[in-house]
Design a protein around this ligand. Structure first.
Ligand code: BES
Ligand code: ZN
Ligand code: ZN
Length: 482
């Protein structure tokens, strides 16, 4: 999908269809040219209501405000309607005024591309959108508040971000047998080549040599070899070093603590943290971020079998800590424990991990919200602000001094499962903190994306399935650092 800013009045632009926002039921805006038909079409301009006026080829979408998220969602809604048509080009105006900030323009590009995504790789009949071109008219803003240069830049950034989110969605949506750890490694190598990144892929031998026994244990029941993936973006004169770590469980059956059938369905999405890391790494260079970024992924499959790790096993992680396995379904934290130790070897200034870590996080926050954990309140706040500015929902899940006690083991340094039924998202975060060195505690944040990463229904700009959660908030957070 291509965007073009045209210095022309909207009526002078030729396109198959025009998209018009009706903001806060205000039918007086000069771009609302068909209000006489609204009554007949029963269009009341309630938020998210849409109406197509066929003989005028105008699609009206009602939005509650000119806030960036409303615009993003409205554009996604528009493209969902238009992709069912044979329209190939769309035109849209910009709404002038103080509130029409650069973010709103970025949201137009994001909304159209995110809403246009369909996972139809396995459909014999494809339903691909024919919309290829979106013309944006400069009428109304006309240099008043935002320069043409800024508008073009915002459209470009929006496109880059949304393409990265779609890339992440594609990774997470792949069925488990088509995205094994080895295949994920290959996808990372391809991405590295295309984006001029360094790429290191390690297997079992490297992990054995480096004492990453927690990660190794999780993979033992699978016939698919594990992969530790390390992508590096190193611009000249990098201001800071950032490590992003992703949980890449290509399938989570639960292992010997087997999941019940209904919970196992969708567990192909347990690689969404890895997908987010790949999505971010796919654009760090295009966005010219002035940081050294390390993308680290622990890719493994959690399966049953004669060689599978067991409840009662005791594992020694890379930092020497011993872990009593009480539940093999709490596998993500074991993989991340070793990956976080590995990430700290590169002395990063910040370490963020992305993981579909707990069902408890979904219970706590609902399926649309990322759980943000860590010791550094300022860092958490910055991440949450970046999330909301980029159109993602997040909430703080606070640590406290009582919860760590729930991870005590009688026979090892720590247990991989809490002794309480409550607060499971936070105790999982606290488990990870056991593998963060004292001097790095304030540099680290843990993002539990178990809720929003994969939802079996359409929501906002997201389709059924993988949403690409984490990508936009991570990039926004990084951009705000510079
Ligand atoms: N991958 C799951 C968490 C998950 C649940 C992600 C639902 C997405 C949707 C994770 O590995 C897991 O199974 N966690 C257990 C931990 C428990 C055994 C301590 C859970 O949440 O039940
Ligand atoms: Zn699990
Ligand atoms: Zn898992």
């Amino acid at each position: 999908m291509e965007f073009e800013l045209l210095d022309k009045k909207i009526d002078k632009i030729s396109a198959d269809c025009e998209v018009v926002f009706v903001v806060d039921k205000n039918l007086k805006h000069k771009w609302i040219k068909d209000s006489e038909h609204f009554k007949l079409l029963k269009f009341k301009a309630e938020a998210e209501e849409a109406v197509f006026v066929p003989h005028k080829k105008r699609l009206y979408i009602a939005i509650g405000s000119l806030e960036h998220d409303s615009i993003r969602t409205a554009c996604a809604q528009a493209i969902r309607i238009l992709k069912k048509t044979n329209f190939q080009s769309i035109k849209i105006g910009l709404y002038a005024g103080k509130e029409f900030a650069p973010d709103n323009i970025r949201s137009i590009a994001e909304g159209f591309i995110l809403g246009g995504y369909i996972f139809d790789k396995y459909k014999t009949k494809k339903v691909k959108s024919r919309v290829k071109k979106i013309a944006v008219s400069s009428e109304e803003y006309s240099g008043k508040t935002i320069s043409a240069k800024v508008i073009k830049e915002e459209l470009r950034t929006g496109k880059i971000l949304a393409d990265a989110v779609n890339f992440t969605r594609e990774i997470a949506n792949q069925p488990p047998d088509d995205m094994t750890p080895v295949q994920m490694g290959e996808a990372a190598e391809k991405l590295a080549k295309e984006n001029d990144l360094q790429c290191k892929i390690y297997g079992e031998e490297f992990l054995k040599k480096n004492g990453m026994n927690a990660f190794l244990a999780v993979s033992r029941g699978s016939i698919h070899p594990l992969r530790l993936i390390h992508l590096i973006y190193k611009p000249k004169n990098a201001e800071k070093k950032i490590a992003i770590v992703g949980k890449g469980i290509t399938y989570d059956s639960g292992g010997l603590s087997l999941k019940p059938p209904s919970s196992m369905v969708t567990m192909k999405s347990d690689k969404s943290g890895a997908g987010a890391v790949l999505g971010v790494m796919s654009i760090v260079k295009k966005l010219n971020l002035p940081f050294e970024v390390h993308g680290i992924i622990g890719a493994a499959e959690n399966m049953i079998g004669g060689n599978a790790y067991k409840p009662d096993d005791i594992l020694t992680a890379k930092n020497g800590k011993t872990i009593e396995v009480k539940n093999t379904d709490a596998e993500g934290r074991l993989v991340l424990a070793d990956c976080l130790c590995y990430a700290q070897e590169f002395a990063p200034d910040y370490i963020l991990d992305f993981a579909t870590l707990t069902g408890a996080c979904v219970v706590a926050l609902g399926e649309y919200t990322v759980g943000v954990m860590g010791f550094n309140k300022k860092l958490k706040k910055e991440i949450m602000l970046a999330a909301s500015a980029s159109g993602e929902l997040s909430a703080d899940l606070p640590f406290n001094k009582y919860l760590p006690k729930l991870l005590k083991s009688e026979i090892a340094d720590v247990s991989n499962m809490s002794s309480s039924n409550y607060g499971g998202a936070i105790t999982a975060g606290l488990f990870l903190s056991e593998f963060i060195k004292k001097e790095n505690k304030d540099k680290w944040a843990h993002l539990d994306i178990a809720g929003p990463a994969y939802v079996e229904k359409e929501w906002g700009c997201n389709p059924y399935g993988a949403s690409g959660a984490g990508v936009k908030m991570a990039i926004r957070w990084m951009a705000n650092l510079s």
